[in-house]
Each structure stands twice: as C-alpha cells, then as structure tokens.
Design a protein around this ligand. Structure first.
Ligand SMILES: Cc1ncc(COP(=O)(O)O)c(C=O)c1O
Length: 303
C-alpha cells in the first residue's frame, strides 16, 4: 500500500512551539491528483472487489460538491468502469454544472439528479430496485464511500513510522476513515475525530466498525455545519497556506486543523505529546467554495 509523507509543523504554530509539543501532518492529499486522501484508501479494495465480481458499472451517491463523486468518477474512468452518480438536488439538472459535477461528467459519469426527498430514501430496497431497473446491474458504493472494504483500506493510512505519535487527529464525515484509523492505531495512541457536520449519530456509526475505545469525537469545530464557512476559517486557511505551503480544503481538514491548534492553545495536550494530523484531501472543493464566496463576500481562499 502507498505511504504518504510526514511534515513537521511544530515550529509554525506557537501553541505547539511554545509548549514543546510536536505537531506533524500526514499528507494523504498527495496520494493522487483526483482520488485524493481518504478517497484513494476507501476505493482501493472496493474497486478490486467490483473487478473480481465482474461488474462493469459503479453507482454511487453524493451532494453537489462531493469529493467522493469526483474521486469515483475519475477512478471509474481510470479502471475502465462505467459510472453513475445519484446526485442530491433535482434543481441541479438545470443550468450550468458546478466545477465538481463538470469534472465528474467529463470523466464519463452519468449524473442522475433526484430531489432531496427521494435522496433520503436511498437506503431503501424500493429505491435500489428502481435504480436497477433504470441502469441494470452495478456495484454500489454508499454515500461517502463508507463500507467495510473502505474501512479496511483506511486501516492502511497509519504505518510503522507513525507508532510514536500519542494523538492522531482527522476530520470525520460518515465515520469510515476514522474507523479504519482507530482499528490500526496502537493502544497507547488516542484518535481525535473532528466531525464536519452537526449531529450525534456518528458515534453509533463508528461503533458498527470498531469496538475499540481509544478515540473521541470533538464536536466544537464544525463552524455552523456541513460546508458552512466563515471569514475566520478562510483567514485561517490562508494563513496556514502562507506559513506551511500546504493547501487545505474548506470542508474537512481545515476545520480539524483549526480545532487542533485551538485545543493546544487551551492546554489540551501535555508537553511530551506528539500529535499527528491526517490531511484527507478534498482540495477540489476550493474552486466551488470560491465561486460561492465571490458571489457573496469580498474574500476567498488562496490557492
Ligand atoms: C476530504 C475529506 N476528508 C474527510 C472526509 C471524512 O471521511 P469519512 O466520511 O470517512 O468520515 C471526507 C468525506 O468523505 C472527505 O471528502
């Protein structure tokens, strides 16, 4: 399995440098230009399974800016699958597609727009049967790509060189990525998950994939909810980029890093701690977010 580079950020952020706490980032976003970070990990064993089971089509679900839709569309093209994206929001079928959906479509993904009400029913047998009668046979990947094989892929994010970290921090959406990381973390390591959305259903979902207890969800850094953004967060992202030269996405990793630095400032960590943040990718969302920011505000994310 691929290994991504570690970068030492301890000297860039005073709450760490002043207290002698080490801060590293694992650059999973560099794994692939279009199947970045956790998407690479989540798709790896699923694509193998789809090939072995003889499927020629992948079908999956997502919102208008979904990193998972973009990654699946590209991976399908690269591996010779046809792909179908069931997209939340039937209004999106009219007018110009946003940059994420344009990209997915340019990879050959057939976009099937459904209303929010229909999308909510995506787990039902009836909806599945409707999709089958419309599109024929397909290998189905759930929303966000999270299933057992995806979690197995995410177990490979951590490797031997990460064993001396005391804390591992990452953003959480559906809970698949953190479940894999929890499974492969050692007993002395504590995993901190930063949900990018409001709600407390995630804990239960994570517990379906792991019975380990060396983890916690820190729910104070969603900035108002999924894909919500503030001037403070944009300023933070731009400052982070200027200091480190590392781009971060506005929906997941930026909120986690903001949270980690804030926790250090509040003395959450001890001086002997070594903190590893995982960059889970998703940089394609910057363009879409900037398109939105330009229509409403006078600031944007530098890239
Ligand atoms: C860039 C990025 N980081 C983190 C996550 C969260 O991953 P998960 O849904 O497995 O919790 C996602 C969503 O899948 C994502 O796109």
């Amino acid at each position: 399995m691929l290994k991504s580079p570690l970068v030492d950020l301890s000297s860039y952020f005073e709450p760490f440098s002043k207290r002698g706490i080490e801060l590293f980032i694992k650059r999973e976003e560099l794994l692939h230009p279009h199947i970045s970070g956790n998407k690479y990990r989540k798709l790896y064993f699923n694509l193998k399974a789809a090939e072995e089971l003889g499927y020629d089509t992948l079908l999956t679900f997502g919102g208008a800016f979904s990193n998972h839709i973009v990654a699946t569309a590209y991976a399908a093209k690269e591996r010779g699958f046809k792909s179908i994206g069931v997209i939340r929001g039937e209004e999106l079928a009219f007018g110009e597609l946003n940059p994420s959906l344009q990209f997915a479509s340019s990879c050959g993904m057939q976009l099937h727009f459904v209303s929010r009400e229909v999308y909510r029913e995506k787990h039902t047998k009836e909806f599945f049967e409707q999709l089958q009668s419309k599109f024929g046979s397909f290998y189905m990947l759930p929303e966000g790509g999270t299933n057992e094989l995806a979690v197995k892929g995410c177990e490979e994010i951590l490797n031997k060189e990460d064993e001396s970290f005391s804390h591992i921090a990452l953003a959480v959406g559906t809970g698949g990525t953190i479940s894999g990381v929890i499974r492969s973390a050692l007993n002395h390591q504590y995993v901190l998950g930063f949900p990018a959305l409001k709600g407390d259903f995630l804990k239960k979902d994570i517990c379906t994939f792991t019975s380990k207890s060396n983890w916690e969800l820190i729910t104070d850094y969603h900035f108002g909810g999924y894909a919500k953004i503030t001037r403070e967060l944009v300023d933070f992202m731009n400052d982070f980029y200027q200091k480190t030269g590392i781009l971060i996405d506005p929906i997941y990793t930026s909120k986690m890093i903001y949270g980690i630095i804030d926790l250090a400032q509040k003395d959450y960590f001890k001086p002997s701690d070594r903190v590893l943040m995982i960059h889970t990718g998703g940089l394609q969302a910057i363009d879409g977010m900037n398109t939105y920011l330009r229509t409403k505000y006078s600031f944007e994310i530098q890239s």
